[in-house]
Design a binder for this molecule. Structure first.
Ligand SMILES: O=C(O)CCC(=O)C(=O)O
Length: 272
């Protein structure tokens, strides 16, 4: 643990074993106020899911019932930048992933709409969607902007599931699709999931190969989350399209050296 970062050697061991960890009080709601304002504005102006993409990056209408996803808010909102480039958060990600250096892949708001039409986030791994990475190791910090609990769509994780490695991508718009179910049908023993309810300001970190899920939001308010995906230094660029749109300006087989993938923490910053 450093003066600033709450991650301990026990946390690192737990993350390596289970593929996720939670910090219920990582931020205060006050720390997240400007981020919450940024999200409010982005929703109000119907900001693109992916800026510059065809149809604003929005696909099937069912996707919006899972969540309103808006990628790379740090590039247009100071309130998002403050959290996406937050050193304490990045230092936890660096330590958990045992990286020398950690960069941003992208951030994204994940706002699950309320009400009876709200849909679950199917059991899935993230890594199959993260194009351009030559190996697993990247991870997400998922930040609760509102209190999250079972009824409004908190996260659930299968401990140890990251050890299955990369599986197929799961459709988030086809109801009932589930990587857990598929693995069970293939005869794998899949551990019981853990449910992580958090107060606003709480953070979970999860490995890109971890199986995770969130239920529908049956409350009467949107469930606002903001996640940052980090790339450890040992994950290299393969040349495939990159959600940030920087693929033509990076070298295949090399680190993700691009202003849209800034290095946030390096080991020497904290362990001189
Ligand atoms: O917020 C959700 O409903 C799911 C988030 C998720 O799958 C992720 O951050 O990887």
């Amino acid at each position: 643990m450093t003066a600033d970062c709450p991650t301990t050697p026990e946390d690192i061991a737990q993350y390596q074993k289970k593929g996720f960890i939670s910090y219920p009080n990582f931020f205060t709601p006050e720390d997240l106020r400007e981020l919450a304002d940024a999200l409010g504005h982005a929703v109000e102006i119907n900001r693109a899911r992916i800026k510059g993409a065809e149809n604003a990056g929005r696909g099937r209408p069912e996707y919006e019932l899972v969540f309103n996803q808006m990628v790379n808010l740090w590039t247009d909102y100071a309130g998002a930048r403050k959290i996406t480039l937050n050193k304490r958060l990045a230092e936890s990600a660096r330590q958990l992933s045992q990286a020398k250096q950690i960069r941003i892949y992208h951030d994204h708001a994940l706002i699950k709409p309320p009400g009876v039409k709200s849909r679950e986030t199917n059991w899935h791994q993230d890594f199959p969607y993260w194009s351009g990475m030559d190996r697993p190791g990247a991870l997400s910090a998922w930040i609760a902007i509102d209190d999250v609990y079972i009824e409004n769509g908190c996260m659930h994780f299968v401990p140890g599931s990251h050890k299955f490695g990369k599986q197929e991508g799961i459709s988030l718009t086809t109801q009932g699709e589930s990587i857990v179910q598929k693995m069970k049908e293939r005869g794998h023993k899949v551990a019981e999931p853990e449910t992580i309810e958090l107060p606003a300001g709480g953070v979970t970190f999860h490995h890109g190969c971890n199986f995770h899920y969130a239920g529908p939001n049956l409350s009467d308010k949107p469930r606002r989350a903001f996640a940052i995906i980090y790339i450890p230094d040992y994950v290299l660029f393969t040349g495939k399209n990159d959600a940030a749109g920087a693929q033509d300006e990076m070298e295949v087989g090399k680190p993700w050296d691009h202003p849209l993938h800034p290095v946030i923490m390096e080991a020497k910053n904290v362990d001189p």
